[in-house]
Design a protein around this ligand. Structure first.
Ligand SMILES: *[C@@H]1O[C@H](CO)[C@@H](O)[C@H](O)[C@H]1NC(C)=O
Ligand SMILES: *[C@@H]1O[C@H](CO)[C@@H](O)[C@H](O)[C@H]1NC(C)=O
Ligand SMILES: *[C@@H]1O[C@H](CO)[C@@H](O)[C@H](O)[C@H]1NC(C)=O
Ligand SMILES: *[C@@H]1O[C@H](CO)[C@@H](O)[C@H](O)[C@H]1NC(C)=O
Ligand SMILES: *[C@@H]1O[C@H](CO)[C@@H](O)[C@H](O)[C@H]1NC(C)=O
Ligand SMILES: *[C@@H]1O[C@H](CO)[C@@H](O)[C@H](O)[C@H]1NC(C)=O
Ligand SMILES: *[C@@H]1O[C@H](CO)[C@@H](O)[C@H](O)[C@H]1NC(C)=O
Ligand SMILES: *[C@@H]1O[C@H](CO)[C@@H](O)[C@H](O)[C@H]1NC(C)=O
Length: 211
């Protein structure tokens, strides 16, 4: 938000979020979404090595303008910017460009927003442009995010199957599936079986349901 006295930003960056071991940000389900009158960055990486992963800036017209062409639901680059992030990150934070001159903005838009969230759960509203507090309030200050999980002892299924002792898909009727979000793999039960492929005899025949 913008301070009405200093006309500067009250918070320029978020705290860094660290995901638990074996988890990473989904680069397909999440998007970096940024509101009006700002330029924001997202840095991502692992604990030691954070790099810029994306940046976004929306076109919002002159400050205080009523962008009548905007439509609810469409984050199109006008009134709202959305960008993909790169693959395989285990931590991230977001920040506003501290060099962006906000002296003419504080009285038009009291706050702005920059958020990594599940893109299918974001629904742009025109009212967010003139009053970004509405975005924060609509979501109660929290938004959903998708994390992927993978067994990361081996980089893919072919490598994993070379080491029988660490291979995680131990149930009969299980298959290995390469992770879609970076190195590693997950296990699945084969067609007609379900439950837990990571346990011995964990994949159960579906006939059980019909007994
Ligand atoms: C803004 O920063 C202050 C001090 O770093 C912190 O206490 C506060 O929780 C932050 N507010 C938000 C909304 O992140
Ligand atoms: C913006 O324009 C729309 C459509 O012309 C109008 O309904 C709305 O009241 C205007 N909002 C403001 C804040 O001027
Ligand atoms: C920011 O903009 C205001 C008015 O537009 C100007 O007076 C001021 O010098 C600018 N500040 C910087 C640091 O460029
Ligand atoms: C906001 O403040 C700036 C500088 O104080 C002023 O030039 C501008 O007209 C104001 N805008 C509105 C919409 O009040
Ligand atoms: C912005 O929206 C919030 C509710 O989300 C409301 O409480 C507040 O009065 C609005 N501010 C303006 C300037 O319209
Ligand atoms: C696989 O990796 C996990 C997490 O790093 C570790 O706890 C576990 O011991 C490893 N398992 C084997 C069999 O190497
Ligand atoms: C997994 O990835 C490896 C290396 O890219 C590839 O050789 C293998 O065919 C893939 N396996 C499956 C089950 O998709
Ligand atoms: C796992 O198996 C189920 C049932 O056969 C299937 O619907 C699903 O797509 C599979 N998941 C992956 C990641 O292959």
């Amino acid at each position: 938000c913008y301070d009405s006295v200093t006309k500067g930003m009250t918070n320029e960056s978020s705290d860094t979020v660290y995901l638990p071991e074996a988890h990473r940000l989904s680069d397909t389900e999440n998007k970096f979404i940024v509101g009006c009158y700002t330029v924001a960055y997202i840095a991502a990486g692992d604990r030691e090595d954070m790099r810029y992963a994306s940046a976004c800036s929306a076109f919002c017209g002159p400050k205080g303008n009523n962008l009548t062409s905007l439509m609810d639901g469409a984050c199109s680059g006008t009134g709202c910017c959305e960008a993909t992030i790169t693959e395989g990150h285990t931590s991230y934070n977001t920040m506003f460009n501290p060099d962006y001159n906000t002296t003419q903005i504080y009285n038009v838009s009291s706050c702005s927003y920059a958020v990594l969230m599940e893109s299918s759960r974001f629904s742009f509203r025109r009212s967010y442009v003139m009053n970004s507090s509405q975005f924060i309030d609509t979501n109660g200050g929290r938004v959903p995010m998708v994390v992927d999980w993978a067994v990361q002892n081996a980089s893919n299924c072919v490598e994993a199957q070379k080491d029988h002792d660490s291979y995680a898909c131990i149930s009969s009727n299980s298959v290995c599936v390469n992770s879609s979000s970076g190195p590693g793999y997950i296990c699945n039960c084969t067609h007609g079986y379900q439950e837990n492929p990571y346990l011995l005899h964990g994949c159960q025949g579906e006939y059980v349901k019909f007994l």
